[in-house]
Design a protein around this ligand. Structure first.
Ligand code: PGA
Length: 266
């Protein structure tokens, strides 16, 4: 059972949790708050070996567990790999794919095979795309990334696909250099246009959900909530800081509630 389309926070713990105990402690520190949220869902993506540990605590529709990557074949002689099936059996329902921190380890074909395998297993891929620099070729590079992933994946289930726009220049930047909502919207237009071509209908492409990721925190989330068309956020650095996450949840909840109850213009 997938989470209903509310605003979504995908917490990419990366390699920042180093024991079962820590993984459990971190998850439990936010679980109660998340279970009471009305307009926000959370997908926790621990390192592979703690997926099962965290998934055992899932008892509420507001939170789910995801993997940070997965190998497309179910089993076989693949030393060191963790398959989509293994992630699924451990309790993951979502898999982050094509993250820029992994792209040097995989080919374009690998990424689309992974996306296909995740969909075939009834799970949801969270596909990361984003340009390296905002140079004169950035749009061309972004379009190429979208084509490389989507041209080869089945076009049947756009509602199960999540795309995270994560400009590489904004991710975990020490200078804390997030994109602005305006830069995100510019990229979203480029990505959506390409997806409409690939999926051959505007309706199909409009079922895909879009996230922003890249140095997002409690200071800049409001810019996106107020000024961007965004279904949620992929966070790394703040994903293991319960205090910042709580503030972000509150800002999302307040924003959605205000939007829902704002008087409609005639
Ligand atoms: P960041 O990471 O929030 O630390 O920039 C985002 C990501 O890598 O997905």
């Amino acid at each position: 059972m997938f989470i209903k389309p509310k605003k979504m926070i995908v917490a990419n713990w990366k390699m920042n949790v180093t024991s079962e105990k820590d993984a459990e402690r971190l998850f439990l520190s936010i679980k109660n708050v998340v279970s009471k949220l009305e307009y926000t869902n959370m997908i926790c993506c621990p390192p592979h070996m703690y997926v099962n540990q965290v998934a055992q605590h899932v008892s509420n529709k507001n939170y789910r567990v995801g993997g940070q990557d997965a190998y497309p074949e179910e089993s076989g002689s693949r030393t060191g790999e963790t398959s989509v099936l293994m992630q699924k059996n451990a309790g993951a329902e979502y898999i982050i794919l094509g993250h820029s921190e992994r792209r040097h380890l995989e080919t374009k074909l690998d990424i689309s095979r992974k996306v296909t395998a995740v969909l075939e297993h009834g799970m949801m891929p969270i596909i990361c795309v984003g340009e390296e620099q905002r140079d004169k070729n950035w749009k061309k590079n972004l379009i190429q990334q979208v084509r490389d992933v989507f041209n080869r994946v089945p076009k049947k289930e756009p509602e199960n696909i999540i795309v995270a726009y994560e400009p590489i220049w904004a991710i975990s930047s020490d200078k804390k250099n997030p994109a602005t909502s305006a830069e995100y919207m510019e990229a979203l237009e480029v990505i959506k246009k390409e997806l409409q071509k690939i999926f051959k209908t505007v309706a199909a492409a409009s079922k895909i959900r879009f996230l922003y990721g890249g140095s997002l925190d409690d200071k800049n989330i409001e810019d996106f909530l107020k000024n961007a068309e965004v279904d949620g956020f992929l966070v790394g650095r703040v994903s293991h800081d319960p205090r910042i996450l709580m503030t972000m949840f509150r800002l999302i909840e307040d924003h959605v509630q205000k939007e829902l109850f704002a008087p409609k213009e005639e």
